[in-house]
Design a protein around this ligand. Structure first.
Ligand code: FAD
Length: 294
């Protein structure tokens, strides 16, 4: 199918983009990588009269590593962030998760910030945003505002962003030094949206096989309506990384998720998958040879 007719705007500055979107409001949509929006338009699930294409807006294509965050501009492609060695060195969870987003061709065009704006419960990066306590930077006719990722997601495909606002960047927060991370998911085919998945951040004291877990947090994909962080610390604290059983996490995960059934999997299957993936992700993170956060 082809989309309904629309006017294509191609602003060169952020001020111009804000002004255009402010004028068209609810009749407009921001176009970033187009990997989610264009299929929606082609299927005529949405018929905006105006597209505000931000791909030529200056200054939105940078990744900036600071002492506290990795700031990702609105048109940074998934692949650009995935390959960014500076971001990997301080927050390896970004690359660990991005490897699971769709296929390389889609990661070459789709943007990480666009994925957070889209707020698909099956998307990886909204969960990473909440797990890292990210800050969402929005700009609109009323000026700039910052929103905590944990408050940003209201429901599947629903966020606190107003129709006339643009996400300028997302600042993914860095973990405390020594935090070990992993991302695992299960999909029917490589590159498909996950049946279930999660990112974990494990707080470890010491090095080598005698290192001891102090706490852990997880954020899930495809098993909660909106990304939420589960604190698994009470079930994992005190275990040695080399012999941890993670026996206690099942109860916490079962209580913290509410998977929906669909044509791909039953609710019970997703639930069981989430529990097993949690155990594996904890082991992967606790014993990882990838950089711990610095
Ligand atoms: P667009 O498609 O341009 O926009 C998506 C929505 O977000 C639109 O409503 C748009 O208005 C809004 N938006 C985008 N950027 C902004 C902004 N800066 N400010 C305000 N609003 C904005 N994603 C996954 O997470 N995991 C997957 O496994 C996965 N598999 C995929 C498989 C296929 C075959 C395809 C086609 C896509 C898949 N995706 C997957 C989606 C992909 O990650 C998209 O890139 C992402 O969801 C949206 O990013 P985008 O830049 O393409 O946004």
């Amino acid at each position: 199918m082809k989309p309904a007719p629309f006017v294509h705007h191609s602003p060169r500055t952020l001020d111009e983009a804000v002004a255009v979107l402010g004028d068209v409001g609810h009749d407009g949509k921001v176009l970033a990588g187009g990997q989610s929006l264009i299929p929606v338009l082609n299927m005529r699930l949405a018929q905006p009269a105006h597209l505000v294409d931000i791909n030529r807006v200056a200054g939105l294509d940078t990744v900036t590593v600071t002492d506290t965050s990795v700031r990702v501009g609105a048109i940074v492609r998934h692949a650009q962030l995935e390959k960014h060695d500076g971001a990997y060195a301080v927050l390896p969870l970004l690359r660990q998760a991005l490897r699971n987003v769709a296929h390389p061709a889609i990661r070459n065009r789709g943007t990480t910030v666009g994925s957070i704006a889209h707020a698909d419960a099956a998307g990886e990066m909204p969960s990473i945003a909440v797990l890292t306590d990210a800050v969402i930077e929005a700009i609109g006719p009323r000026g700039r505002r910052e929103i905590a990722a944990r408050e940003f997601f209201e429901g599947p495909l629903q966020t606190l962003l107003e129709a006339d606002e643009i996400l300028e960047a997302v600042r993914f927060g860095r973990f405390a030094p020594g935090t070990r991370t992993a991302f695992l998911e299960s999909a029917r085919r490589h590159g498909d949206y996950a049946l279930a998945g999660l990112g974990v951040a494990v707080d470890v004291e010491g090095d080598g096989p005698d290192a001891v877990v102090r706490g852990a947090r997880a954020a899930y994909v495809s098993v909660t309506d909106i990304p939420v962080v589960l604190d698994l610390s009470e079930a994992v604290a005190g275990q040695r990384v080399s012999s941890a059983s993670w026996d206690g996490v099942e109860e916490l995960v079962q209580a913290g998720i509410a998977p929906e059934a669909d044509i791909h999997a039953s609710s019970d299957y997703r639930r069981a998958l989430a529990v097993e993936l949690t155990r594996r992700a904890l082991t992967t993170a606790a014993t990882t040879t990838e950089p711990a956060t610095t």
